[in-house]
Design a protein around this ligand. Sequence first.
Ligand code: HEM
Length: 466
Amino acid sequence: MPEERRLGEVPGPRGHWFWGSIQERRREPLQLFTRAHQEHGDFVRLRMGPTIHLLSLASPELIKHVLVDHADRYNKPPSFLRDVRDLLGNGLFSSEGDFWKRQRRLMQPSFHKERLATLAEGMVDVTGQMLARWRSHSTSAPLDIFSEMMRLTLAVVGRALFSTDVSGTAERVGQAMAVALEEVNYRGLSFGLRPPDFIPTARNRAWRRVLSTLDAIVFDIIARRREGQTHGDDLLATLMATQDADTGERMTDQQLRDETMTLFLAGHETTATALAWMWHLLSQHPDVEARARAEVDTVLGDRLPTADDLPHLRYLTQIFEETLRLYPPAWLFARQPVKEDVLAGVHIPASPRVIVTLNAYVLQRNPKLWPDPERFDPDRFSPEHAADRPRFSLLPFGGGQRLCIGNAFALMEATLITATVLQRFQLRALPGRPVEPEPLITLRPKGGLPMLLEPLSRPARVTLPA
Ligand code: HEM
């Protein structure tokens, strides 16, 4: 038996004698991780200050070990969960153990393909509302497509959860949620260096206000639905109706509140950042865009897309998948070892001082797995090519039991939005404006994504809401 290596023997950048790589982690994380993996291999160790070891994993085998084979030895880091718990409570994203398992079992049916298909019309409808707004936008004034996509995906998830019977409410939740998201980002990136919640800073008070606004709205929606004052064929309806197969239990109001907030938060920023990157990539690759338009023309002509069209809009889906490879919104996510482990021959202690990160950004640009990795090539995701790729060479939605529950939702949403927009508009890059990634909690385009809108000149036969 080869001897186990100690944590300190995992190679990695030396960094500053005291701070290690903490400054670079803050200032230029993509460069730091990319360089570290190029120089030291798929398994690297970075010191974050004198006591914290950050392990970065970027190979399918290492990732499978942590997310699947020994998933019971790794939890989501408690510090991260603390930052989101006020907002997400014990929802699917932030719970662990048996409670999480039960909730996941209860929620899964709401995300089955047939169930999702009923949400397609709402997705196309809110996209139409955005395009109606775009029509009155000047063609010479840049529009921030990142903000537009955030607004759109927020509306999509609001509609999917609460349908239209609470008109205006989904929008109010959306506005409060946008503020909440900024705070969650701030908390996640302050690395513990922020005034604690009990100190009434302006920021902490604003946070409390947003939380009570959200609570008031969401509990009111749930109460009115329970009393039969509103109806809807939406996610809230399925979540309320679902019963635990073993115990017959249904979700309490508090659980419904937590899951609703979770779906709102987890379901919009990720999809919006990916869509923004997709519009950027399409503007840089006219050949891909032309093929996408040809597919839309052939499959849809001028009619709006439905769920039944999805299998035929395969190239559009591939474009989104290839975008997720180059710009994974969840570019890095973390675990903390809660039981001892041996990973690639290295002893991993169960310690809060060890952070294990799954590095989707580096993995998905690894030339051993992805030849010519910087090239944008949606054909990588054609059925023939996808078949011979190792499992876990791609990680946009995570993996193992905590795999994103909304992955099919996101792919369907992205494909429907892309088709609907392509029928009506061409989005052009702003000449001379560099577009760079900014790795916050998600991988956003830095400073937004201003683009120029060009309405298509062909006959306006697609009827969109005024
Ligand atoms: C392109 C869009 C999306 C991306 C890239 C994405 C990415 C991810 C990732 C990486 C995780 C796993 C995190 C971890 O294991 O630590 C996750 C979990 C989750 N996502 Fe998504 N997501 C997307 C869209 C959505 C949508 C549309 C929804 C809901 C409508 C959603 C709901 C969730 C939930 C509830 C979880 C927690 C699942 C669990 O732990 O059981 N996501 N997502």
